[in-house]
Design a protein around this ligand. Structure first.
Ligand code: BGC
Length: 383
């Protein structure tokens, strides 16, 4: 049995993440990349913290959740205002909603960004609850921020917003909905929530599942946004680790099958057909999400192949990039992005985290309890 977490790349991945975590607890997306330097994203960070939690770096994950909690509690008046406005039928504009990323000190950035994204707020809820369950930690430490986030999401989940790739803000994205529903279900299962919020959270999560069932499927697989027929590499996360759809369900199986057929070449997974960012290359973190979905469905040998492909993208310093250019969807667009933002983000901490997360799923020493998402989450989910 291969001990994935002992490999030099795994050790390097954990070392990089721990070393680069800031004194405030934030995880930088990529320390030197022009457009990301100085910022921490709720999306990247929540998945990074989840990986650190799974491999036993408990304090690192807790410190990131403390950071999230501070970011939210510092904005309590603003978030209350958003919730009140949304409840009274006057939802605030995109630029008044919570941003996707913050400076390490927890401030909103000064640079223009595609900021209104809801997925990271669901993912942090999911990750913090899983962390507390896994390590028997008291959730009360994060409770005020958890309740605020639940209310923010129950009043805003149905709005179009930017997706995982910070694009297509006029659509409601299925992977965003999966993150929100997984977050709400995790909090519901934890029993930490204020009593008054429980019904609203349950109602929102079941409406999300019904909505995805009605408008988020095509040919039996999950789709990129409501009403579309296209796929997106991020949909693998809805299967694992989020458990929004069962890995062995028909929807789970068809989604895995189509992600393989349409978006994966030799183990490298693309974001979506039509991607032009740096020419639309293959993303190691997406191969790892797909590997996690396969592992959850019982296909360990395919999960290992995807792991090997992701690991093969490391450079000679054992740093993983955001994407590689061996197979491009839009080769003509690569140079334009290099000119605009410089060479591809490397190291990307989220790539390292997902390699660790898949490595943990394949490593015989990690107990299943550390990996499993709660099964209750699938109640009413598309099958
Ligand atoms: C990606 C986002 C990611 C961010 C920071 C962007 O290019 O589209 O998903 O959160 O980089 O890593």
């Amino acid at each position: 049995m291969q001990r994935y977490l002992d490999s030099p790349l795994s050790r390097r991945s954990a070392e990089l993440i721990l070393r680069l975590q800031t004194p405030e607890g934030a995880y930088p997306a990529s320390p030197t990349f022009s457009a990301y330097a100085g910022y921490s994203w709720f999306r990247d960070g929540a998945f990074i913290a989840d990986s650190m939690s799974v491999i036993g770096e408990i304090e690192s994950a807790s410190r990131f959740f403390d950071w999230c909690s501070r970011v939210l509690v510092d904005r309590v008046d603003h978030v209350r205002w958003i919730i009140t406005q949304a409840r009274s039928g006057r939802p605030p504009g995109h630029d008044q909603m919570l941003p996707a990323r913050f400076t390490f000190a927890g401030h909103n950035g000064d640079d223009e960004w595609w900021d209104f994204q809801l997925d990271g707020y669901g993912t942090w809820l999911w990750a913090v609850v899983e962390h507390s369950r896994r390590h028997a930690l008291d959730l009360d430490r994060w409770e005020p921020a958890i309740s605020m986030t639940v209310e923010y999401l129950t009043t805003s989940w149905s709005r179009p917003c930017y997706d995982w790739w910070e694009e297509h803000s006029d659509h409601v994205h299925v992977s965003t909905l999966a993150c929100v529903s997984a977050g709400l279900d995790a909090v519901l299962s934890s029993g930490v929530m204020e009593a008054g919020l429980v019904d609203a959270a349950r109602e929102a999560s079941s409406q999300i599942k019904a909505t995805v069932f009605e408008r988020g499927l095509s040919d039996g697989h999950l789709v990129k946004w409501l009403g579309s027929t296209a796929l997106d590499g991020s949909l693998a996360a809805a299967i694992a680790p989020l458990g929004f759809v069962g890995a062995r369900s028909i929807v789970g199986q068809r989604t895995i099958d189509q992600l393989e057929r349409q978006l994966t070449v030799d183990g490298g997974t693309h974001r979506y057909l039509g991607d032009t960012f740096y020419g639309g290359g293959q993303w190691p973190l997406l191969s790892c999400f797909l590997g996690l979905a396969h592992a959850a469905a019982g296909d360990v040998s395919r999960a290992r192949e995807l792991y090997d492909w992701a690991a093969s993208t490391a450079n000679s310093d054992l740093e993983l990039p955001e994407q590689v250019g061996g197979h491009l969807i839009a080769p003509g667009m690569r140079a334009e992005w290099v000119e605009r933002w410089g060479s591809i983000a490397t190291p990307l901490l989220w790539s390292h985290a997902m390699l660790l997360r898949l490595g943990a799923a394949l490593d015989p020493r990690i107990p299943p309890h550390n990996l499993a998402a709660r099964s209750g989450r699938e109640e009413g989910a598309p099958r």
